[in-house]
Design a protein around this ligand. Structure first.
Ligand code: SF4
Length: 923
């Protein structure tokens, strides 16, 4: 810090700039705001990295104080093509995660009983030797399926693929089936791509089935583009039973009964067909209309004109009048939105991800019917329309990638769910309880299933049982409810302390982002030689890339398992590959245009990425289905194949790329669904949800609980240590319409007991007109808890609780105290003024796996009653025997494989760490 005269302006007088020019990032000077009115100048080095606080992977710029060597703050990286220098509140809050006075800085090993809360510090060497030795033994004894890696937010793109392939295990587990399996199936059945990519910036009309703009999937990159479209005159409709922030900013709010959304969407399809607001040229080229007719309607002439008649017949019952009643909408709303969609034509864009897909039995039909509207209007791959995510997501090949393995782990991919997207992770504890298998080494990474998943007490029971889970290793920078039941806690870096690459479908362009440890980069720019990231991280915090390299080395120290070779340095096989070698190879060899861009600036590709943090690979990505495939003739079925792999399709005499479905067209009728026993759901349709409003006793106390909505400023289970965020969001009421409140006898702040099928929890009521009557809702971010007063979870956000096993599968969690100020190295911890930790409602939700998608149907049929004598705020009481019975009831809805040809799963369905085709076959 220096006190000097006046800093020069960086722009001409009268002009403003938001960001320091990149030429000055190594030597940035600015006034210290705290010193005002004195002109004290602080000197910074600015190093880009990537936010890890949601999936969007926005660019961040770390301001590293040159005097202290510490990160002072994070702002946006203007060089990032996805976020363009902007962030939501969660981005800058990364500094709280770095400076968290309660973070775990050293590896810990359990002492005493699991979950007993006693730990000892252990060296990384001992931890790696113990864990690596145990995995190596399991692999040598052919117990590959006993090794499992379970990730919540991956935040990386391919390194774990290579690690698990190198180990030769089918052990990748994810959180997808509590998140997005439903929407994925809906999209994948059309095109083979299981995610959408909206071109919001150029849209004329945007239909959001969620609180997306404000709290959704690609929050900031999408929100800024939706806002731009709106400024240019685009209109927005939001479908949500809650008046979310997004709904309140929209032109139309459609408050459907939860689970009826597909009925509304099919009524819009009905109108588009009736008005002939259909792009027939697109449909004729790109819909599998001929197969649809010959296979599902063989008695009808196989002409396009007849196909349109079939569509009109199939959807004749979805009149706006009928759907308005079925969905509980206001008269005329469906017609108005349908007219906007018809008028927008190719510039109609949309999004759904959680919402209907994540809430309901058959919820996947939400994405399936929404995509139908794009198919009808031809707004697929267009400017302002909707593309498959795979067109813009850029995943560069990794260095020295091992080949696919040939194993199939039925604990992850059970026969009951052959079409699930993806692993049936939420059923793991039930499978373990049933004795289907056991785990020897179980990693949790950025994953907190006891708190996050439905039926957390069943997770707790299983994680405590060493006969079911031999060794639980939690890779985490912070404590969590689940880490408390680990054997090892290994501290891993937050977003500014690690390397990863990533790319997401933020807009109609491809880009690659680079997350990097900013203090390591700064130290290297200062001329220090850094070998490993932990040398510049706090305490003994590692980064995972280096962890997996070293662990793999420990699993196979002499190379006899054939694992070590995948992690040896290309320059010196006697030592592990370094991150510079690894990512340097990727940027130099796998990213089109990057070496040239770097050379223009006199840099290597790695230096370019370290300097800019991201690179745009291609812009204006549209109509990739129409890209010519030269030199390959189609087979008799019209599909062009290269070495047996489909690469194109013949359309009107020319071979073009098409989509990734079996026909390489957009499949209205899905032969796959028919073949696997779901012929009645093979076309976009509408089936009753498990929380169907007409089946409920609304005159009594039954209501639909919507527990899926997000707060825009919190991060699932990872914002507990972010004081900036908790100061903004720290209340957890039950949203209840004023009409329901009056009928049920509640006023705002009254205690209310919510009874689910496996237990109950107790919250406080917020009577509001911002939710439709008959529906109650509670955000899913709050309700963190800890068992010990001064350890086990973040005191900025968690309640101290008493966890009681009442016997015979009955559990009660009771809050002993809420959030209180505490003493730490951060003086702000003594200034905490918020008190409400919220309620861990997910504990009281039994699993509801949709029989097709495998998605947990989060919405609950609940009874909303007065708190009983003895009830206290925050109480959660659950009977895990009941929840296991409910698991069995839902399991009975499935149609187990194998399917045609003895397949465990359709070969064309994506899955993480895809094995060889052999592994798909049961015989
Ligand atoms: S939207 Fe917010 S939390 Fe998500 S990556 Fe961007 S800045 Fe981070």
């Amino acid at each position: 810090m220096t006190t000097e005269k006046e800093l020069p302006r960086i722009t001409p007088d009268g002009e403003l700039t938001s960001y320091p020019p990149i030429e000055q990032w190594d030597d940035w000077e600015e006034y210290d705001a705290n010193a005002w009115p004195e002109r004290v100048i602080n000197k910074f080095r600015l190093v880009p990295t990537t936010c890890f606080n949601c999936e969007s992977a926005c660019g961040l710029l770390a301001y590293i104080d040159k005097d202290t060597g510490k990160i002072q703050r994070f702002e946006g990286n203007p060089e990032h093509p996805g976020s363009r220098g902007r962030n939501c509140a969660k981005g800058p809050a990364t500094i709280n995660q770095v400076d968290d006075p309660e973070r775990i800085l050293y590896p810990l090993r359990r002492v005493g009983a699991r979950g007993g809360g006693e730990w000892e510090r252990v060296s990384w060497e001992d931890a790696l030797a113990d864990i690596g030795g145990r995995i190596g033994k399991a692999i040598r004894e052919d117990r590959h399926d006993e090794i499992m890696y379970h990730v919540g937010r991956p935040g990386e793109d391919g390194f774990m693929d290579r690690t698990l392939k190198a180990w030769g295990i089918d052990g990748h587990n994810s959180h997808t089936n509590i998140c997005s399996s439903g929407a994925r199936v809906g999209y994948a059945l059309w095109s083979g791509y299981d995610r959408p990519s909206a071109d919001f910036a150029n849209a004329k009309f945007i239909l959001l089935l969620s609180a997306h703009l404000e709290t959704g999937h690609y929050f900031n990159p999408h929100a800024q583009r939706i806002t731009e479209a709106r400024e240019r005159g685009a209109k927005i409709a939001t479908v949500d039973p809650r008046l979310s922030n997004t709904a309140s900013m929209s032109d139309f709010w459609l408050s459907c009964w939860p689970g009826t959304e597909p009925a509304m969407l099919l009524a819009i399809a009905y109108l588009l067909l009736k008005w002939d607001a259909v792009d027939h040229e697109f449909m004729r080229r790109w819909v599998n209309w001929k197969d649809s007719l010959t296979e599902r309607y063989p008695e009808r002439p196989p002409t396009y004109r007849e196909f349109i008649e079939v569509l009109k017949d199939e959807y004749a019952r979805f009149t706006p009048e009928w759907a308005t009643d079925e969905c509980g909408l206001q008269e005329g709303q469906i017609e108005v939105v349908a007219r906007e969609i018809a008028d927008a034509g190719h510039a109609f864009s949309s999004h759904t991800w959680r919402s209907v897909g994540a809430g309901n039995l058959h919820g996947w039909q939400g994405a399936r019917t929404l995509q139908f509207l794009h198919v009808l209007t031809g707004s697929v791959g267009t400017v302002g329309g909707l593309s498959p995510s795979g067109w813009v997501k850029f995943k560069p090949p990794h260095w020295n990638m091992p080949p696919p393995h040939s194993r199939w782990n039925e604990m992850l991919w059970p026969k009951e769910y052959p079409l699930a997207h993806h692993e049936m992770s939420m059923l793991l504890p039930h499978f373990l309880k049933e004795g289907r298998a056991k785990l020897d080494v179980y990693f949790t990474r950025v994953y907190n299933p006891i708190w996050t998943n439905p039926d957390g007490f069943t997770w707790l029971e299983v994680l405590k049982d060493e006969s079911k889970v031999g060794l639980h290793v939690a890779l985490t920078p912070t404590w969590s409810e689940t880490a408390w039941f680990a054997d090892y806690i290994l501290p891993m870096g937050v977003s500014a302390e690690r390397h990863d690459t990533h790319s997401y479908e933020t807009h109609a362009a491809k880009w690659l982002g680079f997350r990097q440890p900013v203090l390591r980069v700064a130290a290297e720019r200062d001329g220090r030689k850094i070998n490993r990231t932990y040398e510049t991280n706090p305490g003994e915090v590692w980064e995972e890339t280096e962890f997996w390299i070293d662990l793999s080395w420990q699993i196979d120290p002499d190379g006899s398992l054939g694992i070590r070779k995948w992690f040896e340095s290309p320059n010196d096989p006697g030592r592990p590959v370094s991150v510079d070698e690894y990512y340097g190879w990727m940027f130099e060899n796998s990213v089109p245009g990057l070496p040239e861009k770097a050379a223009e600036k006199g840099m290597t590709a790695l230096e370019f990425m370290r300097r800019f943090g991201a690179v745009e690979v291609e812009r204006d990505v549209y109509m990739v289905n129409e890209a010519p495939v030269p030199g390959i003739a189609p087979d008799d079925d019209g599909i062009a194949r290269k070495n047996g792999t489909p690469v194109g399709v013949e359309v009107h005499g020319a071979v073009v790329q098409g989509f990734k479905s079996p026909s390489r067209k957009l499949e209205w009728y899905s032969r796959t669904m028919e073949d696997w026993g779901w012929g009645d759901e093979a076309i976009p349709g509408y089936q009753k949800t498990h929380v169907y409003w007409r089946d409920m006793d609304m005159a009594g106390t039954e209501r639909i609980l919507v527990p899926t909505f997000r707060l825009p400023t919190l991060i699932h289970t990872r914002s507990g240590n972010a004081k900036y965020l908790y100061e903004i969001s720290h209340g957890h009421p039950l949203w209840m319409n004023t009409i329901d409140a009056e009928v049920l006898g509640f006023e705002t702040a009254d205690l209310v007991r919510i009874e689910t099928d496996s237990g109950h929890f107790v919250m406080r009521v917020w009577a509001t007109e911002g939710i439709r009557p008959g529906v109650v809702a509670a955000s899913h971010h709050l309700g963190r808890w800890r068992i010990n007063d001064d350890s086990g979870n973040e005191r900025w956000s968690s309640a101290l609780v008493n966890l009681e096993e009442l016997g015979d599968g009955k559990w009660r969690l009771r809050q002993l105290k809420g959030i209180e100020p505490f003493t730490s190295d951060d003086p702000d911890s003594e200034r905490i003024w918020w008190k409400d930790p919220g309620v861990n409602q997910n504990l009281a939700f039994p699993v509801h796996p949709d029989p097709i998608s495998g998605m947990h149907a989060w919405h609950q049929r609940v009874r909303v009653v007065q708190a009983q004598p003895g009830d206290r705020y925050g109480d959660v009481v659950v009977d895990t025997n009941k929840s296991h019975e409910i698991y069995k009831q839902w399991l009975a809805k499935t149609k187990p494989g194998p399917g045609p040809g003895g397949l465990r799963r359709p070969l064309w369905f994506d899955r993480p760490v895809k094995p060889t085709a052999d592994a798909y076959r049961t015989s």
